[in-house]
Design a protein around this ligand. Structure first.
Ligand SMILES: Cc1cc2nc3c(=O)[nH]c(=O)nc-3n(C[C@H](O)[C@H](O)[C@H](O)COP(=O)(O)OP(=O)(O)OC[C@H]3O[C@@H](n4cnc5c(N)ncnc54)[C@H](O)[C@@H]3O)c2cc1C
Length: 400
């Protein structure tokens, strides 16, 4: 395998894969990124991804390096305060509210929130600027043959490409991971998430609000104003059958249900997009690498959407791979690089998957005494300033 067509093949053009292509392209490596599904880059088009991503503080430097931040910043809503509301009493009303303020630990907001469809639009535009990056939408990964010296990848357009490193960013059912026969451990919660946008009369003032009762959190993350009104992205997690019921409600009934679940904190909520449904699982790959292959993002780890950990963990994967590629460019994709990648990332990923799993289980609790215990726990953590600050830094990824 002497003739490499590209340094890196990125399998998957979701948010993680497009970011990977922009990062390594900006580092001067030649990159081919493939995805069988062309990206949907308009908010109201069929199949658009109405989730949003809260990029936490450490993400910004990597996005700047990749030439993405200047394109994204004008559309980003800053997250200054994370408000946790316990509404787990007998009545659906707030009984404990705690504000975690980014100002307690730094001069910057916790992060910035952006819609996923817009991320795809701006990321594809960035790839177009990079002469050493080719994005081939409509073409998928089909087969993998590796040797110690390189990888040969078969694609659905019939081509075979020789590369030094394959980055698997092809999602939770990653075909590349399957081709490497890397097992995963999956936890199912019987839970789903509804993701959609709302407008509301009471401004959010850059506060992200997570309301806990039972079934899972109801989270409103600030978005820039929409059609002249304050707007937020909502993730509403409940047991599967309840999500199916909610997804099928007519708009007025759904608006009444979500306004009640939000405890009226922002006034009556108005639905401002389609409703989309996402299955919730935790999953972790046994290894984050195979021969000439690095697994990143949901190909390596999936967590419930709590605390904005999912994509931010994926950016840490990328930061680690970039450091290794830059410190020893001649060893790109080699055994030593990939073993080091696994060693540096896997234990941290396992800890975060376990942490988010715990938070999700606490949020799902039905029994009243356990819900009371949960509220007491939140109050106790909050009242100890050093513990509160350490939790915030941990959430940001500033502490391992
Ligand atoms: C409701 C919800 C809210 C979330 N909010 C946040 C948040 O605020 N902050 C955060 O950090 N994370 C958040 N996450 C997690 C985040 O959305 C995911 O981590 C991220 O979108 C996953 O990206 P991905 O690129 O790994 O996977 P995907 O988006 O699934 O992309 C995988 C891509 O691989 C492609 N593919 C499939 N087969 C092939 C093939 N054969 N060849 C090539 N490509 C292939 C697919 O077409 C797809 O485009 C949230 C998740 C959910 C469910």
């Amino acid at each position: 395998m002497s003739e490499f067509a590209f340094d890196i093949l990125v399998s998957g053009g979701g948010v993680a894969g497009l970011t990977a292509a922009a990062v390594f392209g900006s580092a001067g490596l030649s990159v081919l990124c493939v995805d069988p599904d062309p990206p949907v880059t308009e908010r109201d088009a069929k199949g658009s991804d109405l989730r949003t991503t809260a990029f936490l503080q450490p993400a910004r430097q990597l996005l700047e390096f990749a030439g993405l931040w200047s394109k994204l910043a004008p559309h980003a809503a800053p997250l200054q305060i994370m408000r946790i509301v316990d509404a787990g009493g007998p009545e659906p009303e707030p009984r404990l509210t705690k504000d975690f303020d980014a100002g307690d630990i730094s001069d910057l907001p916790f992060g910035w929130n952006l819609p996923n469809w817009l991320l795809r639009r701006e990321m594809v535009a960035r790839l177009d600027e990079l002469p050493n990056v080719e994005f081939r939408p409509g073409t998928g990964f089909t087969s993998l043959f590796t040797r110690e010296a390189g990888a040969r990848v078969g694609l659905s357009d019939g081509s075979r490409i020789q590369v030094r490193l394959v980055i698997a960013a092809d999602g939770r059912n990653s075909p590349v991971r399957k081709a490497c026969e890397i097992p995963v451990k999956t936890t199912r919660y019987g839970q789903k998430a509804l993701a959609f946008a709302v407008t509301h009369p009471i401004p959010h003032n850059n506060v992200s609000t997570e309301i806990h009762r039972s079934g899972g959190p109801f989270t409103l993350v600030p978005l820039p104003d929409y059609q002249g009104l304050p707007s937020a992205a909502v993730v509403w997690m409940e047991r599967g059958p309840e999500v199916a019921r909610l997804a099928g409600l007519k708009t007025p009934a759904f608006e009444a249900a979500m306004s009640a679940r939000s405890c009226g904190l922002f006034g009556p909520l108005t639905l401002a997009s389609r409703r989309t449904v996402w299955p919730i699982i935790s999953q972790i790959a046994e290894r984050m690498y195979g021969e000439r292959v690095a697994l990143i993002a949901e190909a390596a780890h999936v967590v419930p959407p709590i605390g904005a950990q999912g994509l931010n963990m994926s950016l840490s994967d990328l930061r680690c791979l970039l450091d290794l590629a830059q410190s020893a460019p001649d060893r790109l994709g080699g055994k030593e690089m990939l073993e080091t990648y696994h060693r540096r990332r896997h234990s941290e990923v396992m800890a975060r998957v376990a942490g988010v799993d715990l938070l999700n289980r606490a949020s799902m609790i039905e029994s009243q005494p356990m819900r009371d215990l949960r509220a007491a726990g939140l109050g106790a953590i909050y009242s100890l300033a050093p513990v509160r600050k350490a939790m915030m830094q941990l959430g940001l990824g500033a502490r391992g």
